[in-house]
Design a protein around this ligand. Structure first.
Ligand code: ADP
Length: 205
């Protein structure tokens, strides 16, 4: 990866809707959605890396930065090699990374951040309830146990929240993440599309 990849970060607390919105946006031409949670869950559970991931996620903890960033790089390279992500035409929509200041530093070597979309829900109890419902549907052990969910919020406040300070305030867009998903989507698009414009040429021109 020589040229920096143009990226938009979807940022926010666990359960705030990054994955839901990211998956929708990922269907729009020009966006390539990469969720690190999905990346990790795609690992073979019986492999060494898969076991390493479960060791942390089952306790509500972050996977160590070095491993996370190494896997992320390999994963992005795989998307490029298989033409799923075209760096000259698509913005990389990152969901779930960076989750610590150290990850933000490492990613700076590889990405140019066009915007940080900060999804906000002040009602943590609502997020906990959302995650419990999600656990039933998605069979996620890290969401099934309320104490693990609470630990993930603690980790968010202690480590992940500091990521925002890494970026220029002019890049940060605060978006209310409660209400109809379609309204939230509209708000995200309103903030991210202008940030992308001018960075990608018309490939047909
Ligand atoms: P949510 O969408 O609820 O915030 P994710 O699906 O993104 O959760 O992540 C699930 C788990 O994967 C995390 O709790 C963590 O253990 C691990 N993980 C995901 N992204 C990262 C990251 N950038 N750094 C470290 N661990 C991560």
């Amino acid at each position: 990866m020589k040229e920096k990849l143009k990226a938009i970060l979807l940022f926010g607390q666990p359960g705030v809707g990054k994955g839901t919105q990211g998956a929708i946006l990922g269907k729009v031409p020009g966006f390539c959605h990469l969720a690190t949670g999905d990346m990790f869950r795609g690992l073979d559970r019986d492999s060494e890396l898969g076991r390493e991931f479960l060791k942390y996620s089952n306790q509500g903890l972050l996977v160590p930065d070095e491993l996370t960033c190494r896997l992320w790089r390999q994963y992005v390279q795989g998307l490029i090699d298989t033409n799923k992500y075209l760096p000259g035409a698509d913005v990389l929509l990152l969901d779930g990374i960076p989750r610590s200041p150290a990850q933000a530093e490492t990613l700076d070597e590889h990405i140019e951040v066009l915007a940080v979309i900060h999804l906000i829900c002040d009602d943590e109890e609502e997020l906990v309830q959302r995650m419990k419902r999600r656990a039933e549907i998605q069979n996620r052990p890290d969401d099934a146990d309320e104490s693990v969910i609470r630990r993930r919020f603690e980790v968010f406040h202690a480590e992940t929240a500091r990521v925002l300070a890494h970026y220029d305030p002019s890049l940060i867009h605060h978006v209310t993440a409660t209400g109809a998903p379609s309204r939230i989507l509209l708000n995200i698009l309103e903030e991210s599309v202008p940030a992308m414009e001018g960075h990608f040429g018309n490939p047909l021109a």
